[in-house]
Design a protein around this ligand. Structure first.
Ligand SMILES: Cc1cc2nc3c(=O)[nH]c(=O)nc-3n(C[C@H](O)[C@H](O)[C@H](O)COP(=O)(O)OP(=O)(O)OC[C@H]3O[C@@H](n4cnc5c(N)ncnc54)[C@H](O)[C@@H]3O)c2cc1C
Length: 489
């Protein structure tokens, strides 16, 4: 049923505020300049206030609008997209955040189709390079070419991990029988106790960095398994063909967020960081530097460590507050490098390099029909991202090019263009790809990830049961939170 409440666009007035005691008085006393600073949308009462205009927030707001509810989206940044963001390299729009989509990421694929945004297959012809534990090889396909004995261990390990993951019922991995044991381990400590091959351990460390942007020693083994479950197995996470890196969007994935935002523009306010959320039995009130909104419910889509920066009255329950103190963002720096031509293809290489010798990586080919010449895309992930984030940009660039040159030759040292995004230093994201709990956190605090606190509901990729950490998971979480809220209005 559409809401009968009408959004009351206009300056804050006593009629629009409700009994929040001292705060109500404070609102009434807001200086005129504060209200004047906000242009569109103006402070008002709405059904639902959405905090954050990443994919989760935009999806939640879109679903609520389509259900006839009044909404406002309050975004701290001066742009939409959150952990997706575009940049321009050699005249082409590229993704500096989320980029790839896989065949089982059906929510993102459906949204892309709805907005007419086409994707292309990730280039995977030619040989990949693996260089792990001193063993370097060229190989084709998805299975990393370890020496035979190690390959056998790796195959058995993948089956074992997928078997464990399959025992988990998402979105509550902490309910699995072995939850306490698995959550007491990091991926690293579990491997040290259970995997004898140093090559396999080293490969797994590189894969954990590549998938989580964190170190194996910082990621709960239970969280790792829940990720596998949410994605459909380790192979789905690490593969190009058929996996999470199957396709990407020339002209950017980010443009989908931009298109949704264009549809919602009259309900969207940028540069509006939410600093305070108050609630009582009558509703919620949300304070930003651009004004104050009141509503029936609020959906917070900021990832846990960012949600922790908001003040709440009354304060968050201990479990929710504890969770947000214990779930830091991963560390990542993303780099796109343009070349006059994709010279690695001439060497019979796909562009993919997995190595424990270099700090930059993995990297892959990023050529589209729009690319003039060649392009690679790669990452500093986890520890290397932390180590390189605060160094001068020129030093980082020299390191990136030298690491690529080690495998692709000196042509790598002469890029035509170069762009990086140091996510670990962007104040409104503070890292990526995802927030990752260490050991002991999920079992003690996990319940608070998506459990509403009164009128405050939580979305964001971290709260998804499918494709946690990915744009697809963010979209699913936005839809779930919108449905949760719509039922209560
Ligand atoms: C480098 C990188 C590469 C990635 N690669 C991929 C990939 O290839 N494929 C894939 O699917 N995923 C990828 N991801 C992950 C993907 O981008 C995220 O999972 C997804 O974008 C998360 O969306 P979200 O809406 O849950 O959160 P976010 O995008 O983080 O949105 C939250 C929003 O809340 C805002 N906010 C925070 N605090 C406040 C506040 N107090 N007031 C108002 N607003 C606030 C933020 O500014 C942000 O816009 C990648 C991420 C990164 C960083």
């Amino acid at each position: 049923m559409p809401s009968t409440k009408k959004p009351t666009a206009g300056n804050i007035s006593r009629r629009e505020t409700f009994a929040f005691g001292a705060t109500a008085a404070a609102i009434a006393a807001l200086p005129a300049s504060s209200a004047a600073a906000s242009t569109r949308p103006r402070p008002a009462r709405v059904d639902v206030i959405v905090v954050g205009a990443g994919f989760a927030g935009l999806t939640a707001a879109r679903a609520l609008r389509r259900a006839g509810k009044s909404v406002v989206i309050l975004e701290a940044d001066d742009r939409v997209g959150g952990r997706t963001k575009s940049g321009v390299v050699a005249g082409e729009r590229v993704d500096m955040g989320g980029q790839w989509v896989g065949p089982t990421q059906t929510e993102l694929l459906a949204l892309a189709a709805e907005y007419g945004v086409a994707s292309i297959e990730q280039y995977a012809d030619g040989d990949n390079i693996i260089d792990i534990n001193g063993h370097m090889a060229r190989y084709k396909g998805e299975t990393p070419a370890l020496p035979d004995a190690d390959l056998e261990v790796f195959g058995a390990l993948v089956a074992q991990l997928d078997g464990y993951a399959n025992r988990i019922a998402m979105p509550k991995p902490w309910l699995v029988d072995q939850a306490k044991t698995w959550d007491a381990h990091t991926v690293e400590s579990w491997m040290l106790a259970n995997v004898t091959s140093e090559s396999v351990r080293s490969l797994m460390r590189v894969l954990v960095q590549a998938v989580f942007s964190t170190e194996a020693g910082q990621c709960s083994f239970l969280y790792f398994l829940s990720y596998l479950k949410s994605a459909g197995g380790l192979e789905a996470l690490i593969s190009t063909r058929g996996g999470a890196q199957d396709r990407f969007f020339p002209d950017s994935l980010w443009q989908i967020a931009d298109k949704i935002a264009a549809e919602l523009r009259q309900f969207l306010l940028l540069d509006a960081p939410v600093s305070l959320i108050e609630q009582n039995d009558q509703g919620v009130r949300v304070t930003t530097s651009k004004g104050i909104w009141s509503g029936d419910r609020v959906i917070v889509t900021a990832p846990p460590p960012m949600a922790a920066r908001i003040d709440y009255i009354p304060p968050m329950p201990a479990r929710r507050d504890g969770l947000t103190q214990r779930m830091p963002m991963g560390c990542v720096i993303k780099v796109v490098i343009a070349y006059e031509k994709p010279f690695w293809r001439e060497q019979g290489l796909s562009g993919l390099v997995l190595s424990d010798k270099v700090e930059f990586g993995p990297w892959l080919d990023r050529v589209t029909p729009l690319t003039r010449g060649g392009a690679l895309v790669g990452f500093f992930d986890g520890g290397p991202a932390q180590d390189w984030a605060d160094r001068p940009a020129e030093e980082r660039r020299a390191k990136v090019l030298a690491d690529i040159a080690l495998y692709f030759g000196d042509q790598a040292l002469k890029p035509a263009d170069y762009l990086e995004e140091v996510w670990t230093r962007t104040p409104l994201n503070r890292g990526g790809y995802v927030a990752v709990p260490g050991p002991g956190v999920l079992t003690a605090f996990g319940e608070a990830l998506a459990e509403p606190v009164g009128r405050i509901h939580w979305a964001g990729t971290e709260t998804s049961d499918v494709w946690v950490g990915y744009v697809d998971g963010a979209i699913r979480s936005g839809k779930r939170a919108a449905a949760e809220v719509a039922k209560l209005l």
